[in-house]
Design a protein around this ligand. Sequence first.
Ligand code: ZN
Length: 118
Amino acid sequence: MTELTDKIYYADKNILEIIESEFELIDRKSWYRLYRNKTDKSYWRLDEWDKYQEQFFVNLESTEKWSEFNDKTLRIELLKKSRGLSDEKCIWKDCEKNALNKIVYCENHAYNEMGIRK
Ligand SMILES: [Zn+2]
């Protein structure tokens, strides 16, 4: 069993293999799939595959309104964690945050304004 210790992951090949072997599909609704971990019974949500969108796999606290759970904060945190911060400031007007590595925006402006997901 592979333990998923973070709250959110990019659904890369590795994660998709873990889902395949260690999770069961419970439900599908509005572009999402609800999965349950076979071992610890935790619930997770996977975005339906779309060739233009990055797919995320997110841990859910509960299954209530699971398809409406807002995971934007987690997605932004993951973007920041995966890219890392540079020493430069974000170039967005009046933004005081550091830019992410290899781009000129902080995680918030990269995500919200530029549509960068990974
Ligand atoms: Zn910024």
